[in-house]
Design a protein around this ligand. Structure first.
Ligand code: DGL
Length: 446
């Protein structure tokens, strides 16, 4: 039986694992994807706009993965995006986080509470609203803990940072300290060790878990699945470390390739398709696709860039291919090494030169299909595809990107594949947005 996650718990990294653990205690059979955005995190020192855009890209991706409820297990992302997400994706229930100022205000006896969080969390209107509503009569010592989440993520020693960040709260006489970032409970023992006896430390994870279960019930999200957890990271090489008691050491992370700067990503079966701007020759993927000509003479556009970045191997191997097989017909793919580029292979396909009297679409679809077939033949896990035919070959770019995306998506939905990532690479943002539009249309017109 095919199962897919119903709930997703997302954070910039491993911070949200405490929330995941708390949800698991209440809903042991729920099917949950844990999403660590290692490619973009830490969030705390990014602008609120950046974090909001990124969180929306991930939330929309999760929608295509079948997720029905999203828990933003990150105070920074909640501050930046929660309100916007609820408006932009009204069909999806979101559970967010906020520093536990309300319980802290009712617990304090000294009238002073400390709140540790990221700069982003304090910048959001959410935090000021909270204080205005629940804590106007207590003194709040706020501490933006620059670098702390990143250090926890990396498994670095945090002793000096904690000494520095806790000192003002202790001096002010705080008797309640709120952990306003989901990374901080991972070092709760080190925090408690630096606070005077009797100071209460609040981690809102159990309350967020309870809220998640309530929202799931209200929205009809099934919590009685198989109890599976998917561990997804947007980073190719996530920092792996044991996280407190959450037992995440030894987790086999599955990469979901949503690169920094990606405006749209969708999931088809187990493959992530993304749009991204960049230099395809610099991408660390298994295979890059070349928009070649039929003679494999790499004289312009993407082909010239690939021949230059890859070095002499590209031309030498291309000539050898032509000597063996003749011209590169549409529907064929030629394989060479990637020479000096960080990828392993170049898959060369010849898209059509656009002509008003030709069946351009079939020719371009044949080239795109040849590329993805070859990727499977060489067991590539990751592939980057440029806008074949859309440059000097004159194919209208909106149509070309649409044909390429649709052809590859259709193949992935019908065929077993080794690919877990296909990046559609625009050399500028305009082209990337065309690819993003094509990915959008897959979702709107499946
Ligand atoms: N764990 C997140 C939070 O709750 C973000 C930490 C970061 O990425 O800076 O704020």
């Amino acid at each position: 039986m095919d199962i897919s996650p119903r709930i997703a718990v997302i954070d910039s990294g491993i911070g949200g694992t405490g929330v995941l653990d708390a949800i698991r205690q209440l809903a042991p059979w729920a099917d949950i994807a844990y999403v660590a955005d290692h490619a973009f995190g830490p969030y705390g020192e990014r602008s609120l706009d950046q974090v909001r855009e990124r969180t929306e890209v991930i939330a929309r991706y999760l929608d295509t993965a079948g997720v029905e409820l999203v828990v933003i297990a990150c105070n920074s992302a909640s501050a930046a995006a929660l309100h916007h997400l609820r408006e932009a994706m009204p069909e999806t229930p979101f559970v967010g986080m906020e520093p536990a100022v309300k319980p802290a205000a009712s617990l304090t006896r000294s009238g002073v509470i400390g709140v540790m969080a990221t700069a982003a969390t304090f910048q959001g209107t959410l935090f000021n609203d909270l204080v205005g509503r629940h804590a106007s009569d207590v003194q709040i010592v706020t501490q933006a803990c620059a670098g702390l989440a990143a250090a926890i993520e990396a498994g670095d020693d945090v002793g000096d940072l904690l000494d520095r960040y806790l000192e003002p709260m202790v001096t002010a006489g705080a008797d309640v300290v709120v952990l306003g970032c989901t990374h901080y409970p991972i070092v709760r023992i080190d925090i408690e060790a630096r606070l005077p006896d009797g100071v209460v430390v609040i981690d809102p994870a159990p309350a967020v878990a309870k809220r998640t279960v309530d929202v799931a019930h209200d929205a009809g999200v099934d919590l009685k699945g198989s109890g599976a957890t998917w561990w997804w990271t947007t980073g190719f090489t996530p920092p792996l470390r044991p996280a407190g008691d959450s037992a995440i050491s030894g987790i086999a992370w599955e990469p979901i390739d949503i690169p920094d700067g990606c405006p749209r990503a969708v999931r088809i079966a187990d493959t992530t398709l993304s749009a991204v701007t960049g230099d395809i020759t610099a991408m660390p993927v298994d295979a890059i696709v070349n928009a070649a000509n039929v003679e494999l003479m790499h004289g312009g556009g993407v082909a010239l860039a690939i021949a230059r970045a890859g070095g002499p191997a590209i031309d030498t191997e291309s000539r050898a291919w032509i000597e063996t097989y003749g011209v590169l017909e549409p529907g064929l793919a030629a394989l060479t090494s990637a020479g000096a580029m960080p990828s392993s292979y170049v898959i060369h396909v010849a898209g059509p030169i656009w002509r008003s009297d030709a069946d351009n679409e079939s020719l371009l679809a044949a080239a795109a299909l040849a590329a993805v077939d070859m990727a499977d033949e060489i067991s590539a896990a990751t592939m980057a595809v440029p806008a074949v035919s859309a440059g000097i070959y004159g194919y209208p770019p909106d149509e070309a990107t649409g044909v390429i995306v649709e052809t590859i998506a259709e193949h992935l939905s019908e065929t077993e594949t080794t690919l877990h990532s296909v990046r559609f690479v625009g050399y500028d943002e305009t082209m990337t947005l065309r690819f993003a539009g094509a990915l959008d249309r897959l979702v709107l017109e499946p």
